[in-house]
Design a protein around this ligand. Structure first.
Ligand SMILES: *[C@@H]1O[C@H](CO)[C@@H](O)[C@H](O)[C@H]1NC(C)=O
Ligand SMILES: *[C@@H]1O[C@H](CO)[C@@H](O)[C@H](O)[C@H]1NC(C)=O
Ligand SMILES: *[C@@H]1O[C@H](CO)[C@@H](O)[C@H](O)[C@H]1NC(C)=O
Ligand SMILES: *[C@@H]1O[C@H](CO)[C@@H](O)[C@H](O)[C@H]1NC(C)=O
Ligand SMILES: *[C@@H]1O[C@H](CO)[C@@H](O)[C@H](O)[C@H]1NC(C)=O
Ligand SMILES: *[C@@H]1O[C@H](CO)[C@@H](O)[C@H](O)[C@H]1NC(C)=O
Ligand SMILES: *[C@@H]1O[C@H](CO)[C@@H](O)[C@H](O)[C@H]1NC(C)=O
Ligand SMILES: *[C@@H]1O[C@H](CO)[C@@H](O)[C@H](O)[C@H]1NC(C)=O
Length: 513
C-alpha cells in the first residue's frame, strides 16, 4: 500500500511538473454549419431564442467531445455559431446574456445563478469542464445603461459581439468585445476602448480577436507586438473574396507574417461563400479545410508548438530596394482587383524577370513556369493606395496572379481554377510598411504547406516546384498609419472620387459609428 501510494505521489508530482509547461499542445477548430433562426422583424421570445441556441450547442457539443477524446487542449468555434446573423438590435436581444468581467473568477457550471439567467454560459462552461478542454465561443453580451452615461443608446443597453473562453475547469478566463464591426453589424455597439485580451496557459500565451479585426492594427498587431502572445484564437464568419481574401489564404498568411500560431474557425455556409478554417503555424499550415460542395461541419486537429519560434522577417524592402528594375519592356495596363485599380504587366514567356511599380511601391518577380499555356494569362500587379469599399484600409500589394480569362481586363477578377504550374517564383517589393502577409493560393482554393518561404531580406520564394497550378502568390502589405489618410488612390480621377465618396460615405460611416 505504502509503496503504491508513494509511486502514486511520484507520478502525480511528475504530472504536475509536466503540466506546468508543455512544449507542444493539440489545437482543434470546428467549422460549423450553423442552424439559422427564421428571419423575423419582431423579436422572438427568450424561450424560442434559447431553443435555437441549444440546437447549435448540441452540434458544437459533438465537436467538443470528439476533440477532447482525441487529446485536444483547446477548441475554437466560429463567430455567430450559436445564433447566426441577420438581426436588428431588437431581434438580437432575446439571444443575449450579461457576460461578467472574467476577474470575478466564475465557473458557471458550478455556480449557474450567480449573474442572473445565463444558460448559454453555463452550458459552455460545463462542456469545457466535463471534457477538460478550453472552449472558445462567440456569443452576445448585453450591458444596461441609463442617462447617467451620455453615450448610452436610446434603448438603454449596449450590445456586443463577444468572444468568451472557458478553461478546462469551466472557468470564464477571457471576454473580448469585437472592435472592428463589419458593415451591417448594426445590431452591435463598439466597446468604449479597444480591448486587448490575453490569458496564460501551460501551453503558451493566448490572444483573441474576431473576423474583420484581422485587417486592422488594434487589437491584432498590439497582441503580437506588445503582449507577445504565442497563439491567436480567431472565431470568424468569413465570406471569401478572391483572389486575395479567401479565408484559408489570408489567415495562414497572417500567421506567417506575424510569427504566431493562428486558430481560425469559420462558419460553414457555402451559399454565402463562408467556408475555410485552419490551424496555422508561422512556418506553415498544419491543417486546413475548404469545402463549397457539402453542407457538413468539420473538425480539424493539429499539434502546435506552445511557443513557436519564428524569426519574423526583419526587412520587407531590403532585397527589392537593392535590386535594379528588371524588365519593364512590357506594356503596363490597369485592371481592378476588389475595387482597387492595380498596375499590371503580363507575363509573356515561360520564364522571366519583371518589375511593375505603382506610386512608391515597385514589385519584382522572377519566375519559371513548366510551360507557357496559350489558354491562360498571368500578370504581375502592384497597388499602393487606400482601399475604401467594405472597410477603409491602406494597402501595399505585390501580386502574381492568374487572370480570370485571356482578356487583360479580367486580371484581378475572382478565378478558382488554373492549369499552369510553376517550377519557381521569387516575389519582392519596396514596401514602406513592416506588416506584410505572404499568401500562396493554388488551384481549387488549396494551400501549399512547406512549399514556400520568406527570406530575411523580404523575398517570398518557392522552395521546390509547386505541387499544383498557382492562382496567386502575393505579398499583402498593410500600412496601418495611413488608414486615416484623406486622399484616395491617386489613380482615380477627381470625378470618380466624388462619385465614390457619395456612394461610399454612408457605408464608411456605418462601420465607424
Ligand atoms: C422556421 O419556420 C419553420 C416553418 O414555420 C419551422 O418549421 C422551423 O422549425 C423554423 N425554424 C427555426 C429555427 O425556428
Ligand atoms: C434577412 O432578414 C430579412 C427579413 O428580416 C429577409 O428579407 C432577408 O432575406 C434576410 N436575409 C438573409 C441573408 O437571410
Ligand atoms: C456535465 O456533466 C454533468 C455530470 O456528469 C452532467 O449532469 C451535465 O449534463 C454535463 N453537462 C454537459 C454540458 O456536458
Ligand atoms: C444608472 O446607471 C448607473 C451605472 O450603471 C447606476 O449606478 C445607477 O443606479 C443607474 N440609475 C438608474 C436610475 O437606474
Ligand atoms: C501572463 O504571464 C506573464 C508573465 O509570464 C505576465 O506578464 C502577464 O501579465 C500574464 N498575463 C495574464 C493575462 O495573466
Ligand atoms: C461568392 O464568390 C463568387 C466568386 O468567387 C462570386 O461570384 C459570388 O457572387 C459570391 N457569392 C456571394 C454570396 O457573395
Ligand atoms: C531595410 O533595408 C533597406 C535597404 O537595404 C535599408 O535602407 C533600411 O534601413 C532597412 N530597414 C530596416 C528597418 O532595417
Ligand atoms: C532572371 O534573373 C536571374 C538572376 O536574377 C537570371 O539568372 C535569369 O537568367 C534571368 N532570367 C531571364 C529569363 O531573364
Amino acid at each position: 500500500m505504502t509503496s503504491q501510494f508513494l509511486a502514486y505521489v511520484a507520478i502525480s508530482a511528475f504530472c504536475v511538473l509536466k503540466a506546468s509547461s508543455l512544449d507542444t499542445f493539440i489545437a482543434a477548430v470546428y467549422e460549423h454549419a450553423v442552424i439559422l433562426p427564421n428571419a423575423t422583424l419582431t423579436p422572438v421570445s427568450r424561450e424560442e431564442a434559447l431553443e435555437l441556441m441549444s440546437q447549435n450547442l448540441d452540434v458544437l457539443e459533438g465537436a467538443i467531445t470528439a476533440a477532447a477524446k482525441q487529446g485536444a487542449h483547446i477548441i475554437v468555434t466560429p463567430e455567430d455559431a450559436i445564433y447566426g446573423w441577420n438581426f436588428s438590435r431588437e431581434t438580437l436581444y432575446p439571444y443575449l446574456e450579461d457576460i461578467p468581467d472574467p476577474q470575478v473568477n466564475w465557473i458557471p457550471c458550478n455556480d449557474p445563478n450567480r449573474f442572473g439567467h445565463t444558460p448559454v454560459q453555463e452550458r459552455l462552461s460545463c462542456l469545457a469542464k466535463n471534457n477538460s478542454i478550453y472552449v472558445v465561443a462567440n456569443i452576445g453580451d448585453k450591458k444596461s445603461c441609463n442617462t447617467s452615461d451620455p453615450q448610452c443608446p436610446p434603448d438603454g443597453r449596449y450590445q456586443y459581439n463577444t468572444d468568451v473562453v472557458f478553461d478546462s475547469q469551466g472557468k470564464l478566463v477571457a471576454r473580448y468585445h469585437k472592435q472592428n464591426l463589419f458593415m451591417g453589424e448594426d445590431q452591435f455597439n463598439l466597446p468604449k476602448e479597444p480591448e486587448v485580451v490575453t490569458f496564460n496557459t501551460t501551453f503558451g500565451r493566448f490572444g483573441i480577436f474576431t473576423c474583420f479585426d484581422i485587417l486592422f492594427h488594434d487589437p491584432a498587431i498590439t497582441l503580437v507586438k506588445d503582449f507577445h502572445v504565442d497563439t491567436i484564437l480567431f472565431p470568424t464568419a468569413w465570406m471569401n473574396v478572391l483572389p486575395l481574401l479567401s479565408a484559408i489564404e489570408f489567415h495562414s498568411a497572417w500567421a506567417m507574417g506575424t510569427g504566431v500560431n493562428f486558430l481560425a474557425s469559420n462558419i460553414h455556409y457555402p451559399s454565402k461563400n463562408m467556408t475555410g478554417s485552419g490551424i496555422y503555424a508561422p512556418d506553415s499550415p498544419r491543417a486546413f479545410h475548404y469545402d463549397m460542395k457539402t453542407e457538413k461541419g468539420k473538425l480539424l486537429l493539429a499539434q502546435l508548438d506552445s511557443h513557436p519560434y519564428h524569426p519574423v522577417v526583419a526587412n520587407w524592402t531590403a532585397y527589392a530596394s537593392s535590386t535594379e528594375a528588371l524588365s519593364r519592356g512590357n506594356k503596363e495596363f490597369k485592371s481592378i482587383l476588389f475595387f482597387d485599380e492595380f498596375t499590371f504587366v503580363e507575363l509573356t514567356g515561360a520564364m522571366g524577370n519583371y518589375t511593375v511599380c505603382q506610386k512608391d511601391l515597385c514589385c519584382h518577380l522572377s519566375y519559371k513556369m513548366s510551360e507557357k499555356r496559350s489558354d491562360e494569362v498571368y500578370a504581375l500587379g502592384a497597388f499602393d493606395g487606400l482601399h475604401i469599399v467594405e472597410g477603409r484600409y491602406y494597402l501595399q500589394i505585390c501580386t502574381l496572379l492568374k487572370c480570370a480569362t485571356n482578356d487583360l481586363n479580367t486580371c484581378g477578377d475572382p478565378v478558382e481554377t488554373a492549369s499552369t504550374t510553376f517550377e519557381m517564383f521569387s516575389l519582392s517589393g519596396t514596401f514602406e510598411t513592416q506588416h506584410v502577409f505572404p499568401e500562396v493560393l493554388l488551384s481549387e482554393i488549396q494551400l501549399a504547406p512547406g512549399e514556400f518561404q520568406v527570406s530575411s531580406d523580404g523575398r517570398l520564394f518557392s522552395l521546390k516546384p509547386i505541387s499544383a497550378p498557382v492562382l496567386t502568390a502575393t505579398l499583402f502589405g498593410r500600412w496601418y498609419e495611413k488608414d486615416g489618410a484623406l486622399n484616395v488612390s491617386s489613380a482615380l480621377t477627381a470625378q470618380a472620387l466624388i462619385i465614390m465618396l457619395i456612394v461610399i460615405t454612408p457605408i464608411v460611416y456605418s462601420i465607424y459609428w
